[in-house]
Design a protein around this ligand. Structure first.
Ligand SMILES: Cc1cc2nc3c(=O)[nH]c(=O)nc-3n(C[C@H](O)[C@H](O)[C@H](O)COP(=O)(O)OP(=O)(O)OC[C@H]3O[C@@H](n4cnc5c(N)ncnc54)[C@H](O)[C@@H]3O)c2cc1C
Ligand SMILES: NC(=O)C1=CN([C@@H]2O[C@H](COP(=O)(O)OP(=O)(O)OC[C@H]3O[C@@H](n4cnc5c(N)ncnc54)[C@H](O)[C@@H]3O)[C@@H](O)[C@H]2O)C=CC1
Length: 500
């Protein structure tokens, strides 16, 4: 490295997202005298506000973008450096930023997050959503759009198709049902009617003790139209805010160029074959257009043979960990998903280098009820735990894997329903060695329990079920539930009293 070290810090944290900021807060509170630097490429930092511990492992909070001065005022020994890390030299314990400065560290934590895994990087009509800038770009482009195509079947796609109004949405999913990263086909069936209306239909609970689903035919498609006014009546009013947080879409207007109805057409079990610009289309065989006219700026051909013209394509196809600047010349072990492998102390394979949040992959032997998903909650937990591990090492204190990694838990909202996911909520990794109990009341709630060897190992709770705490306890206690059988989901029994 040509440049000399400007300063050596005891701790450097890279990344001003939830993981990095939480790590800084934890370290600075535990060792207030330590010199800490936060190096971040973004002008603002993300902080957790209104934190609420809902149960033993479930937590809820808001995410706010704030100026970094807020953090520096709180922690006098903290220096925030607004620049991107260009390269890391683990042997000399130093890193270089894009403005040519070199900083030394004793301990480093990489919290560089992830970036959208786009269908293609080169096409200006293909958008990804990650931060405030990309969300604002989406809002701007949407305001002039008549039709968009959303590709992907995870969190962003689920939120987007529900929120967009005044613009036709073609939603292309690889799977047989919607929301494959969070739900199975049964939950998807429960949610689908919300695309047409938001009015809850009042039915009596219908208990479905064994699980059945009706799947769309391969390559099938469905169109859902919602009346905007009806939807507004059904939804509670929300304050608009500027921060990109768990309710990021509530701070921006996702309104297309037309007024009135929401219209979502679902294309199941298909992938993207090709994306054409209108110029490229001129040079393709005439049948490529199908029923489309040639006046859209971009066209997308799906593997089910259909071609759609649209104003732009949203690629909601997952994230890739932001590892590039840190790899060259170093010897990091990478996981299959491209994340920096970390052990049960959030340490990477390089000495004195830790990692947390979306950039890392948890490679310790997981508790049987936990799995990594790239979520705000896990970014906060990992950042917090990484800070504790770094402090413990410096202070020569023992530390054990935190309790939050015992049980996977996530609380969120999809299609205006509260959604709680616990443990192996989709029977992940259990093969055929599990059974499901399901209770479903159309428009009101969907409760699914995953049982293995008579014990509850996971649950999906959609709607105001109020079952999260009881089910969390049943999973953590590993209680044999065989004697209760299907009574477990009997809506006429107060399950809390049952287990007191
Ligand atoms: C639209 C959207 C909605 C979401 N909704 C939810 C939700 O409802 N619930 C939920 O739990 N999760 C949600 N997520 C996931 C959640 O945002 C992420 O899991 C979480 O933000 C990851 O935090 P992080 O700190 O690891 O990374 P990030 O928030 O990505 O932060 C990374 C930071 O590192 C900085 N950085 C990157 N490279 C460098 C470098 N070379 N040098 C210096 N700085 C660098 C960046 O500028 C940034 O400040 C959503 C994600 C998106 C995109
Ligand atoms: N409420 C919540 O909890 C939310 C969480 N998030 C998180 O933000 C991150 C980004 O969200 P998403 O981009 O939705 O990622 P995701 O990981 O949730 O979903 C990606 C989806 O894209 C599909 N996919 C991948 N490659 C594809 C391809 N080539 N063609 C078609 N489909 C493809 C996958 O099958 C999957 O359905 C994720 O970590 C997600 O968990 C995002 C929004 C809301």
């Amino acid at each position: 490295m040509a440049n000399r070290k400007e300063k050596t810090f005891r701790f450097i944290i890279v990344g001003g997202g939830i993981a990095g900021v939480t790590c800084v807060e934890q370290l600075s509170s535990q060792i207030p005298s330590a010199d800490v630097a936060l190096i971040t490429a973004s002008p603002h930092i993300k902080t957790v506000t209104n934190y609420r511990q809902v149960s033993k492992t479930l937590e809820e909070f808001d995410v706010e973008e704030q100026p970094s001065s807020v953090l520096e005022e709180k922690f006098p020994n903290l220096t925030v450096i607004h620049s991107a890390v260009k390269s890391l030299h683990t042997r000399s314990h130093s890193l270089e930023t894009t403005d040519g400065r070199v900083f030394g560290y004793e301990k480093l934590c990489i919290c560089g997050g992830g970036r959208p895994k786009l269908l293609t990087q080169e096409n200006p009509y293909v958008l990804g959503i990650r931060d405030t800038d990309s969300a604002q770009e989406l809002q701007k482009r949407l305001s002039k759009a008549k039709r968009i195509v959303v590709v992907g079947n995870g969190g962003i796609a689920l939120e987007l198709v529900y929120e967009v109004e005044g613009c036709e949405v073609i939603w292309a999913v690889k799977d047989k049902a919607i929301g494959n990263t969070f739900f199975d086909a049964g939950a998807a069936q429960f949610l689908i009617p919300s695309l047409e209306t938001n009015k809850p239909e009042k039915d009596t609970p219908c208990k479905r003790p064994r699980y059945t689903t009706e799947e769309p035919a391969p390559g099938g498609s469905h169109t859902f139209t919602a009346d905007r006014n009806a939807r507004r009546q059904g939804s509670s009013s929300t304050e608009a805010g500027s921060a990109l947080g768990p309710d990021w879409h509530e701070g921006i207007v996702l309104q297309g160029s037309e007024q009135g109805t929401r219209r979502v057409s679902l294309e199941y079990q298909c992938e993207v074959e090709k994306i054409f610009t209108s110029e490229e289309l001129l040079n393709s065989p005439p049948q490529t257009l199908g029923h489309e006219n040639g006046s859209w700026p971009v066209y997308i051909k799906l593997t089910n043979g259909k071609t759609f013209g649209c104003d732009f394509v949203v690629s909601a196809t997952g994230v890739v960990p932001n590892t590039e600047p840190f790899l060259h010349g170093n010897n990091f072990a990478l996981a299959d998903d491209g994340g920096l492998q970390v052990d049960d102390h959030m340490m990477t394979s390089e000495p004195d280098v830790y990692a947390a949040g979306d950039v890392c992959t948890a490679c310790w032997e997981h508790s049987p009820m936990w799995q990594q998903m790239r979520l705000w909650t896990q970014a906060r937990q990992m950042g917090w735990y990484a800070g504790r591990c770094m402090a413990a090492q410096v202070l020569s204190e023992p530390i054990e894997l935190d309790f939050c990694f015992e049980l996977f838990s996530h609380i969120t909202k999809f299609f205006n329903y509260k959604v709680v996911l616990l443990g192996k909520f989709n029977g992940q990794g259990l093969g055929s060695d599990h059974e499901l109990l399901v209770r479903c009341t159309k428009g009101l709630e969907y409760v699914k329990v995953v049982l293995s060897g008579g014990r509850m190992v996971g649950a999906v709770l959609i709607g105001e079920t109020d079952l999260e705490e009881t089910f969390e306890n049943l999973i953590l206690n590993e209680m044999d539930l065989t004697p209760y059988g299907e009574e477990l989901l009997n809506p006429n029994i107060d399950i809390e009293d049952y287990f007191d």
